[in-house]
Every structure is written in C-alpha cells, then in structure tokens.
Design a protein around this ligand. Structure first.
Ligand code: IMP
Ligand code: MG
Length: 183
C-alpha cells in the first residue's frame, strides 16, 4: 500500500516481509539461549518501540519488558557523543537476565554508556539485541549478541527509526532522500 511518506524515501532497504522474517529468526535465537530463564527485555526508546513490539510477540518464552529513554541526537543525523537518561527503568534489574533492545547501533556512544550504567546495577547477565548495525561508524566498542542486519553508512528511517521525529510509522526501513535532511 502506498504511504504518504513514500515520496521522501530514495529506496526501500528492508520490506515488511523481510523485517518479519528476520525478527522471527532473532526470536528463535533468543528462545534457544534463554531456555528455562525469563529474560527482561529493555527497550531503548523511542526508536526501538516497533522492533520491540514485534520481537516480544515472536518470543515463545515467559519474559517481561521495561522501557528506558536516552537522548543523544537531537534533530540532526550525526551523534553528538552526549548521552542523557531521559526516562529510567521502572524496575530493578539486579539478578535479572537483561536483553537491551535497540533500533540501531551506530557510533556506539549511546550503548557503550547505557550498558555501563546497567552493568553497575548487577544484572545476572546482560546482552544487546539491535535490529540494525552500522559497523563502519563505530567510535566506541560495544559487544553485540543479536543483530538483525548489518548496513552501510546510510541514514535510514521507518519501523521506529526517525529523522527529526518523523517517519517512525513507515512499516518498512528505507533510505531517506538526502534532499530531505539537507533542506
Ligand atoms: P549511536 O549513539 O551513534 O550508536 O546512535 C544510536 C542512536 O542514533 C540510535 O538509537 C538512533 O536513535 C540514532 N540513529 C543512528 N543512525 C540512525 C539512522 O540511520 N536513522 C535514524 N536514527 C539513527
Ligand atoms: Mg534510538
């Protein structure tokens, strides 16, 4: 179906169907690794909310969810290196098997910082699950356990990912036309 926002997209990188398949594969990996456990999935708002919603519904294990919000970007397309906790978790994570769910791992600034904070709260274990990974952009090291797709250095939107808070509602992931952010 056509979307009003399609006109700002240069090309589709991952269709709804490709996303659905890959999310299912990640869920199977998590089920295999957490047999007999009850992981706590922590979604890093706001970008990961769509991925998180599809992922948890695909995981056939008891699990719980919590949310946390950090800001690093503002309205631009490059990381500032400045990370702020805007909303903290609602529950304690001590002794829990935590899976941090992110939309995209870019410079690593956000997650390098976030994982340190969460580690200090003594979870039983902590792993990172990201839908997209841009390895060529990494500035800070981050250990990644579950990754949906590795992509080149494109600025992408849709399926939760935004540019200046827009395009999160696109059902696929696409490359934004440069004219949109050069305006
Ligand atoms: P990092 O701190 O540079 O790793 O950036 C992580 C955050 O930047 C992600 O959670 C996204 O919110 C945002 N981000 C990085 N690359 C993109 C992109 O291509 N599209 C939309 N948001 C992005
Ligand atoms: Mg994000």
């Amino acid at each position: 179906m056509e979307h009003m926002l399609d006109r700002d997209i240069e090309r589709v990188l991952f269709s709804q169907e490709e996303l659905r398949c890959r999310v299912g594969e990640i869920a199977r990996e998590i089920e295999r690794d957490y047999q007999g456990k009850e992981p706590l999935l922590v979604s890093v708002l706001r970008g990961s909310f769509v991925f998180m919603a599809d992922l948890v519904r695909s995981i056939n294990l008891p699990c719980t969810v919590d949310f946390m919000a950090v800001s690093s970007y503002g309205a631009g397309t490059a990381s500032s290196g400045q990370v702020k906790i805007v909303k903290d978790l609602s529950e304690h994570i001590e002794g829990k098997d935590v899976i941090v769910v992110e939309d995209i791992l870019d410079s690593g600034n956000t997650l390098n910082y976030l994982l340190k904070i969460l580690q200090a709260r003594h979870p039983a274990s902590i792993r990172l699950c990201t839908l997209l990974d841009k390895p060529s952009r990494r500035v800070k090291p981050v250990e990644l356990h579950y990754s949906g797709f590795s992509i080149p250095d494109y600025f992408v939107v849709g399926y939760g990912l935004d540019f200046a808070e827009r395009y999160r509602n696109l059902p696929y992931i696409g490359v934004l036309k440069p004219c949109v952010y050069e305006e």
